[in-house]
Design a protein around this ligand. Structure first.
Ligand code: GLU
Length: 289
């Protein structure tokens, strides 16, 4: 079977050079290996994703000279798939509802930190400090039926007990430059959210379900997602899904050394195109060739 790659942007802003690097690397690697590239629209964030950003993705990716297969998978059209995966994890007893608001979580973290330091995940976010796992079943049911909004979290300790050691094949490199077999350590993320209050999935669950549904064999994406791969491997193991190879590429940083988040004149693909930049120049700006 020929390898399957994917470029999976979120339509919550315009694409920048970092996206170009990802898209071009996917295309180059697929070409070198006789594989295909799929485009996936990761639009689960209903509050931040907008149709004009999605339209711009198609325009910008076409302008980069990339071809993709139709139909494009749009995550917002696949809630049932994510719900089914969530139900499976729930039936395994690995999922629980948590009702706290962001403000309540921040307060719980502050309480914990008043006593001692409280662990943070690789993105710098404090681990879930709450007790929702231990809410008695009757109380849980009462809160759900009374319409309290809730997210679903993975019971990390219970999940880890069900799987053996996990690893993945990395060809791009960890932030420390390690390649080859990487030991996965999902515990550092704590009880991650699997379904948000407003949608029946989270980034982690959707990406794992989609990569399997689309028979993706090679995940090529930015190094900012390196550590998230541990959660993805855990979910793949629990849901008995195949394991892709991973290639986490370097990030393009802004002039202050920070992560590129917004498109600006210097790095936005639309802006560069408007200034008359050509594909070769985008490759050069992205540090390719
Ligand atoms: N949608 C994610 C992003 O735009 C990429 C997810 C992935 O490649 O796994 O950052």
């Amino acid at each position: 079977m020929s390898p399957v790659f994917r470029f999976a942007p979120s339509p919550n802003g315009y694409l920048h050079l970092g996206h170009a690097l990802s898209a071009i690397l996917n295309a180059d690697m697929a070409k070198a290996r006789g594989g295909r590239v799929l485009l996936r629209i990761e639009d689960i964030d209903v509050a931040r994703c907008r149709p004009e950003f999605e339209a711009a993705i198609y325009e910008d990716v076409a302008w980069l000279g990339l071809k993709w297969e139709m139909p494009v998978r749009r995550q917002s059209e696949h809630w049932d798939d994510y719900r089914a995966a969530l139900n499976r994890l729930d039936a395994m007893g690995l999922v629980y509802p948590s009702f706290e608001s962001r403000a309540e979580i921040a307060r719980l973290v502050a309480d914990r930190e008043a006593q001692a330091s409280w662990p943070r995940d690789p993105d710098g976010v404090p681990l879930y400090p709450g007790h929702a796992k231990t809410i008695p079943p009757a109380e849980r049911t009462r809160r759900i039926t009374s319409g309290d909004p809730y997210a679903f979290r993975l019971d990390m300790q219970a999940a880890l007990r069900r799987v053996g050691t996990l690893d993945w094949m990395e060809t791009g490199g960890s932030p420390q430059g390690q390649i080859g077999t990487i030991a996965a350590n999902p515990a550092i993320w704590g009880d991650v959210i699997l379904a948000r209050k407003e949608v029946p999935t989270s980034y982690h669950l959707a990406v794992v379900v989609d990569d399997a549904a689309q028979n993706v064999t090679d995940v090529v994406r930015g190094r900012d997602l390196f550590y998230a791969t541990a959660v993805h491997r855990l979910l793949q193991a629990l849901l008995e899904l195949p394991q892709p190879r991973y290639h986490h590429h370097r990030l393009i940083l802004d002039s202050d050394g920070g992560k590129l988040s917004k498109s600006t004149e210097a790095t936005g693909l639309r802006e560069l195109r408007a200034k008359g930049a050509m594909q070769v120049e985008i490759r050069r700006l992205a540090g390719l060739d």
